[in-house]
Design a protein around this ligand. Structure first.
Ligand code: SAH
Length: 224
């Protein structure tokens, strides 16, 4: 006999399949990214205290949703787009700025990356540090701190992903990128940001490509 949980899991799995189809239609082609999104239970990452039924209903639509502390989980398309641009290989050392609810962290772990992630909101940091291992995502190095400074003690990183809107390119992050490494960062202080994909050619030279418009919460200075 099926339990209610089995039935719910089936429903969520179906919703994730449809979400993956939508992401493909929007141009996401990296199979490892799509597999991770197909597998990860996004509904568990949302702020369970606010309007739970409504949030659960929307968990697999392509929307940014509340995760607590005034923050939002990025749209699935944004997560997929940024992750695809990182071109993750198994074992890559990845620095994430803005852990939030840990969904992006889980995507990177699913893809076999070694993840280091920084969050400046203590409330979210504490919640996610307990939550990720609880649902089986162990091994990420989660730090409460200011993402502008990166994690020099663990540098260099093969890839760096910034999941909040940065007003400028933080020098410390460029310095902590390995030669040949990729930094994916939304830049801009207004309502919308431009996605920048930066490749480190050597210690002082960088290639830059820009892509479309996205909306992120601001990358704030210092810890809260
Ligand atoms: N990757 C997250 C996205 C969360 S939204 C997810 O999958 O849920 C962006 C996050 O960046 C917020 O949690 C916000 O608190 C955090 N943030 C903003 N400025 C920061 C900074 N300077 N250092 C670290 N985190 C920061």
């Amino acid at each position: 006999m099926n339990t209610v949980e089995d039935d719910n899991e089936k429903i969520f799995k179906g919703k994730r399949k449809r979400l993956v189809e939508q992401l493909k239609e929007k141009g996401i082609v990296n199979q490892a990214v799509l597999n991770a999104i197909l597998k990860i239970p996004r509904h568990l990452f949302l702020d369970q205290s606010e309007g739970r039924p409504a949030l659960l209903d929307h968990a697999y639509s392509d929307k940014a949703l509340k995760i607590g502390a005034g923050q939002t989980i990025s749209h699935p398309f944004t997560v997929a787009f940024q992750t695809e641009k990182l071109n993750i290989a198994q074992g890559d050392k990845v620095l994430e700025i803005g852990t939030g609810c840990g969904y992006q962290t889980a995507v990177l772990l699913e893809m076999g990356a070694k993840v280091f992630s920084i969050e400046r909101q203590k409330e979210l940091f504490d919640k996610t540090k307990g939550f990720l291992p609880f649902i089986g995502y162990k091994g990420a190095k989660l730090v409460y701190g200011d993402g502008y400074k990166g994690m020099p003690q663990f540098a260099p990183f093969d890839k760096i992903i910034v999941t909040a809107a940065a007003p400028y390119l933080p020098n410390d992050l460029l310095a902590q990128l390995a030669i040949g490494g990729i930094l994916v960062i939304p830049l801009g202080e207004g309502e919308e940001q431009v996605m920048n994909v930066i490749v480190k050619k050597n210690a002082t030279q960088f290639d830059k490509q820009t892509f479309g418009k996205f909306k992120f919460v601001p990358m704030l200075q210092n810890k809260s």
